[in-house]
Design a protein around this ligand. Sequence first.
Ligand code: ATP
Ligand code: MG
Length: 407
Amino acid sequence: MNFYGAQYDPAVLREIVSIELRANGQQVAVTMPKSLPQVWSLLARGAFGTKPETVKRLADSIAEKAGVDAASIHQTRHGLVVVLAKPPELRRTLTAGELLRAVLASRRPLGRLAVPVGLSILGEPVLLDLADATSPHAALLGATGSGKSELARWALWWLSFRNGPAVRLVTFSPKKDYADLLGCASMAHPPVQSFSEALRLLAWLVGELDRRMTSGEREPRIVAMYDEVPTLLKVAPEADNLLGRIASAGRDAGIHLLLGTQEAGKEAGSSAMANMPARLVGRVSSGTLAYVTSGRSGTDADKLLGKGDFYLVRHDAVRLQAPLLGAAEWERLPYLLEAAELDLPEVMPLQAQPQRRGGSGWNASDVDENEVLAAFDAGATLRAVMDEFGLGYTRAKRLQDQYQEVS
Ligand SMILES: Nc1ncnc2c1ncn2[C@@H]1O[C@H](COP(=O)(O)OP(=O)(O)OP(=O)(O)O)[C@@H](O)[C@H]1O
Ligand SMILES: [Mg+2]
């Protein structure tokens, strides 16, 4: 029930918004509300040149008069858009099919790495194009339950549906988030859930990055979704450098990152996160977090409604509703009888890695004594052999004596 006693009648909502804007000096024509899954949106035409901050202050009184929990005002290329949160019982889910129909209807050309991440508050599809030089990687941020993993599932589903094996996907989440992708024809490797395998997969990706940087190859494109990044970094801090390398050099090698995190700012202090050119920001719990996660002011991510209500932040911030995949959609992907598998390199935790070959402790036994003798033969000094093989004086001297005896 709203201020005027009418129950969310579209014409009444429009009247309320018009009156409120006009009473505050905005000479605008307000359109009928568009009914989107979780919100109504009304376009206020003729408000060009209006300072958005002036109008944004009216949001709370509009919400109160319209009898909704929250209202927000967004500047778009068509003018100001007033968004009213629907009462929870009227909210619904955006299906993948609905979004795809909107994409078709928009007739926008869709590159093969362009993911329609959702419907904007104007009801238009919003594209995140990983092939675009300004957005080769993206971070997904937001509080628990805001819909990051579902959005990533949708993006991966779409890339697979659109490209088949021409795009290779790899995923990591300590939860079962990406298990549906097991065996799908785009997966380069089964979805990874353990931290150690996540690290090995990253080492493989960086190896592939190095190889491609030398050869100049960019195909096939690889999209790597790493969810719960801060948790991974706590267990395997060395993952940060690897992710950071891909974030900074991956674009030219056709390797793209999607990184999921609940945290933002200093506490997530990761070099890879700092290098993310596009961010999908879901609901967060405070205004401060809204600022930190979106990296700019004015995106009130703390006022988002959750369940796939996101901002796509690049040079601008666009509010969108992400779709939710149903079980039937997964059956439409091409699957293989046997899941493809990569030969992942072994990765030793950094602490246990010997600093030099051999070493004077437990790993000195690994030294091949014949190699040491060969080094003496090649004219190496005692000092040089100790450094090169990580040997203590006693053992190096014994080997030197042994070499001199036989020569
Ligand atoms: N686009 C959506 N439409 C409707 N409901 C959604 C949508 N996205 C997510 N949800 C609902 O919210 C729940 C949580 O979503 P999801 O697992 O993606 O959250 P998350 O942000 O990854 O949280 P966490 O950080 O805890 O992993 C889903 O199980 C689903 O019920
Ligand atoms: Mg998640």
